[in-house]
Design a protein around this ligand. Structure first.
Ligand SMILES: Nc1ncnc2c1ncn2[C@@H]1O[C@H](COP(=O)(O)OP(=O)(O)OP(=O)(O)O)[C@@H](O)[C@H]1O
Ligand SMILES: [Mg+2]
Length: 293
């Protein structure tokens, strides 16, 4: 099930273990994100911790990419680097024409506000502010007029099916509603790139299915390029491409479309995935039902 995050990605077979998942494509106009030879090393304690070394990937405009990998592999760290929330020890990240390495802290904040929609696993909404205020916040931060900011925020809340929760405090909303508000907040600035770190990780199965269905719909209607970290193979399967972060490198994983009961991997022994159920995408009020798998 979508909400079941118990799948053991440690034993996930990969299509080609030796091939890194993102040899940069030179001169490809449709590449939105290009990561070259990334190294990230933490220095706390006596031993340096090298998370990646020589990690490369490219993501084309409009792609929806899942990143899977065992806990501690560095998935969140990688998303932080892609969002210019952190700096690599070496290597480069380019988003469209922006080279993140050259940004000052102020420019990085502007880049994030303009180009990136970020969904955190623990939504980080401000509980004492209303849903509307939370969604409008990134626009107010860049000093858009209040009337415009609130009008756009209202529109986004409608898109995620929360029109009737507009004036609820964020702290009064359910977990699923809070995650929908955080999706609205991520998209209110009309970013090009959506980065979502286990956006359904804390939700029950049914709510996770619904939130993922919504995310898929918004990916299409907002013409996004999306990168989604997940432990959930059902969600990964619904994305256009799955990359597994393992021992500091990204590897393509080819997940076959599944039948109603048993999962399998193309070109692999197909024994390691927990059998589950197909995704049933649920509609929110104001949204559309995307059917059943
Ligand atoms: N600021 C830091 N200083 C030192 N080590 C860190 C720091 N941030 C993360 N780490 C370490 O880096 C490793 C990767 O962390 P990260 O949060 O990226 O993993 P993850 O793949 O997102 O795991 P999970 O699936 O559990 O969320 C962990 O072992 C963590 O302890
Ligand atoms: Mg993480």
């Amino acid at each position: 099930m979508v909400g079941d995050s118990s799948t053991d990605v440690e034993h996930l077979p990969v299509a080609n273990d030796t091939e890194d998942a993102g040899t940069p494509v030179d001169g490809d106009d449709h590449v939105l994100l290009r990561v070259e030879n990334l190294r990230k090393e933490y220095r706390s304690g006596s031993q340096p911790l090298v998370l990646f070394d020589g990690l490369s990937m490219t993501v084309r405009q409009g792609e929806m990419v899942a990143i899977v990998g065992e806990s501690g592999a560095g998935k969140s760290t990688l998303l932080h680097l892609l969002a210019a929330l952190d700096r690599p020890s070496a290597g480069d990240v380019y988003c469209a024409s922006t080279w993140l390495g050259k940004l000052t802290a102020g420019q990085a904040a502007t880049f994030r506000n303009r180009e990136i929609g970020y969904v955190w696993q623990l939504h980080y909404l401000l509980p004492e502010f209303t849903a509307l205020e939370n969604v409008a916040m990134p626009l107010l931060a860049r000093e858009e007029a209040k009337t415009t900011a609130f009008a756009k925020a209202r529109e986004l809340l409608g898109e995620v099916g929360l029109k009737d929760r507009t004036h609820h405090l964020a702290g009064e909303l359910s977990g699923g509603e809070q995650q929908r508000v955080s999706l609205a907040r991520a998209l209110v600035t009309q970013p090009r790139l959506l980065l979502a770190d286990e956006p359904t990780g804390n939700l029950d199965n049914r709510t996770a299915e619904a939130v993922f269905g919504l995310l898929e719909r918004l990916h299409t209607t907002h013409r996004l390029t999306s990168i989604l970290v997940t432990h959930n193979m059902e969600i990964a399967r619904c994305c256009g491409r799955t990359l597994r972060l393992h021992e500091g490198r990204l590897h393509e994983v080819r997940l076959q479309a599944r039948g109603p009961e048993v999962a399998s991997f193309e070109g692999s022994t197909a024994t390691s995935e927990t059998p589950g159920h197909p995704i049933v995408r649920t509609a929110f009020p104001g949204g559309s039902t995307t059917g059943t798998a």
